[in-house]
Design a protein around this ligand. Structure first.
Ligand code: GDP
Ligand code: IMO
Ligand code: MG
Length: 426
């Protein structure tokens, strides 16, 4: 048996945007491989190095570490155009990165008509829309499950153009059945084909590469996208994304078994945010919500949309930890809470006169759930210079310990700023 101890999984435990990109960047310094396992260009993972901000969408957030090979695993849905654009945006670093970037032959392709269908599906839902990122994620995973998708491994097939054309024609029929016009398919094909050709050069059997990496004891870092409350099974369905965002998605989306993925690190923002529609019990619709949004810079890294904000919800965090066997919590953005006299933390919900401590499956029930808060004392100090736990104000330490006690999981990392170095490792 080889050791999986050096391997680490990073998962978002709320509604996404917990700060996974930053934590991955910090941990990637010691990783040989950084692997995305699900989602696609809907993700927006921010990394700040020496004041310079980079936002990664499809590319793993290990991108800035030259020693790490970046893998886009089979569970990811890959938009060839978005991938080329993202590499181009990185400039010379993107050219260098393309040499240590591999894409699974089993990963599905997100094609222009998937994006058109995403938009159309949202329009048809009207007020009930999900508020997707319009990156074609749902329609692409839909094709995968319906067994009509195209995979990256097909890019090298001699008849790939014909396959692509057939796929486009099929999508055009679906678009017409919605009473809409599919647009200029030839123009779409002409746009996507050059990007497909470039992508073909990156395709490999990434699960086999990872199995060999395990035999060599090479450290692997798995990068979750989105968060547990956006999980297709356990999130606030139907206001979710179309993949398994938890540990299950890491296993099916990388090709490594459960006993090879190593330590599970759950990322928890010190308060809660959500983008898009759907229930959000702790949402603050008042000036305080606005204040958190401004102070935390809570605007989408992919779409620029303002994020909905609320206090920390430990019902959600506990639920996400139990579902995913979280070993360690990385608490991010603790610095943003500085200046609050008292900080409410949600420790349960009241639903129909009863107290519950888990997330109900029914979104209407969650919509009606009233958060039960405990008030914790705040602090006024700026935390950005703190590098050790004992440098934090006593009340900030107590906030961290409160989370550990209530959830039963150790907090091993604390974020005190967006920069790589603004991290306390306990
Ligand atoms: P991700 O999708 O989980 O990678 O998170 P995003 O990048 O979408 O959003 C997190 C935001 O918070 C980004 O702007 C990060 O630069 C920033 N961030 C991450 N950790 C911290 C932290 O500890 N403190 C502060 N102030 N900002 C942070
Ligand atoms: P990262 O990885 C926050 C949300 C969308 C929408 C729902 C479905 O940066 O944390 P989709 O385009 O996936 O079909 O949209 O999921 N969503 C995210 N919210 N962070 C993300 O990624 C998200 N990816 C998707 O806003 O509500
Ligand atoms: Mg994000």
């Amino acid at each position: 048996m080889t050791q999986a101890a050096a391997n680490k999984v990073v998962l978002g435990l709320q509604w996404g945007d917990e700060g996974k990109g930053k934590v991955i960047d910090v941990l990637a310094a010691r990783a040989r491989y950084v692997v995305r396992c699900q989602g696609g260009a809907n993700a927006g993972h921010t990394v700040v190095v020496e004041g310079r901000k980079t936002v990664l969408h499809l590319l793993p957030s290990g991108a800035l570490h030259e020693g790490a090979t970046c893998i886009i695993g089979n569970g990811v849905v890959v938009d060839p155009i978005a991938l080329q654009e993202e590499l181009a945006e990185l400039g010379p670093a993107g050219v260098a990165l393309a040499k240590r970037l591999l894409v699974s032959d089993r990963a599905h392709l997100v094609l222009p008509w998937h994006k058109a269908l995403d938009r159309l599906s949202e329009q048809r839902k009207g007020d009930g829309k999900v508020g997707t990122t319009l990156r074609g994620i749902g329609p692409c995973y839909g094709d995968k499950i319906a067994r009509i998708g195209l995979r990256c491994g097909e890019l090298k097939a001699k008849d790939f153009r014909e396959r692509l054309r057939r796929h486009a024609d099929q999508a055009a029929d679906v678009i017409r059945s919605y009473g809409a016009e599919p647009g200029d398919i030839d123009a779409m094909l002409a746009e996507v084909l050059p990007a497909c050709e470039k992508l073909a050069g990156l395709v490999a059997d990434t699960s086999d590469i990872l199995h060999k990496a395990v035999l060599e004891d090479a450290a692997i870092l798995f990068e979750g996208a989105q968060g547990v409350m956006l999980d297709i099974d356990y999130g606030t369905y139907p206001f979710v994304t179309s993949s398994n965002t938890g540990i299950g998605g890491v296993i099916t989306g990388s090709g490594l078994p459960h006993n090879r993925v190593g330590e599970v690190i759950g990322i928890v923002k010190a308060y809660t945010t959500r983008v898009g529609a759907g229930p959000f019990p702790v949402e603050l619709l008042d000036a305080k919500g606005e204040e958190l949004r401004e102070r935390g810079g809570e605007f989408g890294a992919t779409t620029g949309r303002p994020r909905r904000c609320g206090w920390l919800d430990l019902v959600v965090v506990g639920f996400a930890c139990r579902l995913n066997g979280v070993d360690t919590i990385a608490l991010t953005k603790l610095d943003v809470l500085s200046g609050e006299a008292e900080i409410p933390v949600c420790v349960g919900y009241e639903l129909d006169g009863e107290r519950i401590d888990t997330v109900p499956a029914d979104v209407m029930a969650l919509e009606n759930a009233k958060p039960i808060y405990e008030m914790l004392p705040g602090w006024t100090e700026d935390l950005s210079a703190c590098r050790h736990f004992d440098e934090l104000p006593a009340t900030a330490q107590a906030y961290v310990r409160f989370i550990e006690e209530r959830v039963g999981v150790r907090v091993g990392y604390i974020g005190t700023g967006a920069g790589r170095e603004e991290t306390i490792i306990r």
